[in-house]
Design a protein around this ligand. Structure first.
Ligand code: TXA
Ligand code: MG
Length: 332
């Protein structure tokens, strides 16, 4: 049985001791739960890849508590500093050039000359990182290619004995992984959309910020995590649904009043059993929907459902990130 302990000062100390001794800890953050290890301990980092079943070409995010600590492991340009000052601590990861002598295990950056760095805002994450006293490598705490986890129970379910201890502190508030942003190339680019949007980044930098989400046809990717099928439930996902087929589950956004069952025209929310419907946000609030997304996909991901029908979600603001995850989940 995986050990899950509720957050307290002692629990944080206990979890930090595990990391200092080369172990793996399920760590709460404001985005999703992370699978944490000492980023300077090659063996511990290798265990992360093993526990997740993650391909070793896919690099990890390193978590620290402030800009100064980020600068100890990587170089930050004026642009990096401007966005870090605006959005750290928070759901933003920066791709930075690794500093020589950073001490980071080569496995962390999978042989690239850059490293992904994030400063989380979650109080428990911050206290835990401080107690560890080292930079913390932490990918999302889920088996590779499956849904990210937003609760301690989901971490235990996804990773089982692969994790030594789960530091439990409720549900992740943002619910989607951090925005991955890269200023190291010619044009600043979002490599993974998240709660910090391209529009917000553009505003801080005073220049246009684009998306580079990988090219499916050419297979060209700037961020190895861009391999398309990802964040996926076992049950097929059907996007932009305007009705529900017999045997499907329904994931709603906004009012579901007019969603009917295909064929009968009966209202889907009346016809479906309770376990087959989940509401991302009845009010059409994109932040609420982001926070609920993974937990609700988990709930509806059941063998009795032949598919999960998802109502249309507007492609603006955080909706861009939600649709990015849904498209990956729907990819066959
Ligand atoms: O919200 C989050 O970011 C969570 C929490 C735990 O902090 N972490 C997370 O990590 O989502 P992970 O490993 O699941 O996703 C990291 C993403 C991957 O898509 C990876 O390919 C990309 O960041 N990445 C990491 N290092 C990179 C690098 N040097 N260059 C480009 N992309 C990189
Ligand atoms: Mg992940």
């Amino acid at each position: 049985m995986t050990r899950i302990i509720s957050v307290s000062t002692e629990a944080i100390e206990q979890a930090a001791a595990i990391v200092r001794n080369g172990g793996l800890v399920g760590m709460p953050t404001e985005t999703v739960y992370g699978l944490a290890a000492n980023a300077r301990d090659g063996k511990a980092v290798a265990r992360i890849f093993e526990a997740k079943g993650r391909p070793q070409f896919n690099p990890l995010i390193v978590h620290v508590n402030d800009i100064e600590a980020a600068q100890e492991i990587a170089y930050m340009s004026e642009q990096d500093l401007a966005v870090a000052q605006a959005f750290w601590p928070g759901p933003l990861t920066l791709i930075l050039r690794v500093r020589g002598g950073s001490g980071l295990s080569d496995l962390v950056s999978a042989g690239l000359s850059t490293v992904a760095v994030r400063v989380p805002s979650h109080n428990t994450a911050r206290a835990f990182i401080k107690a560890c006293g080292v930079p913390i490598a932490a990918p999302s705490a889920n088996r590779s290619g499956t849904l990210s986890t937003t609760t301690p129970a989901h971490v235990a379910q996804s990773l089982g004995d692969g994790v030594d201890l789960i530091l439990a502190d409720g549900v992740s508030k943002v619910g989607l992984e951090s925005t991955v942003f890269d200023c190291t190339g010619d044009k600043p680019c979002v490599l993974r959309p998240g709660a910090v949007t391209a529009e917000e980044l553009s505003e801080v930098l005073g220049c246009e910020v684009g998306y580079d989400l990988g090219n499916k046809e050419s297979g060209e990717v700037r961020s190895p995590g861009q391999i398309l099928r990802h964040y996926a439930p076992a049950t097929p996902v059907r996007l932009k649904a305007v009705d529900v087929e017999e045997g499907e589950a329904l994931l709603t956004f906004g009012s579901a009043q007019f969603m009917g069952m295909r064929g009968s025209g009966e209202r889907a929310i009346d016809a479906l059993p309770e376990g087959s419907v989940a509401h991302l946000s009845k009010d059409g609030d994109l932040y609420e929907a982001a926070a609920n997304l993974f937990a609700m996909l988990h709930k509806l991901d059941r063998p009795e459902h032949k598919a999960i029908a998802v109502m249309d979600i507007p492609d603006k603001g955080v909706g861009v990130a939600i649709n990015d995850r849904l498209r990956r989940a729907a990819e066959k």
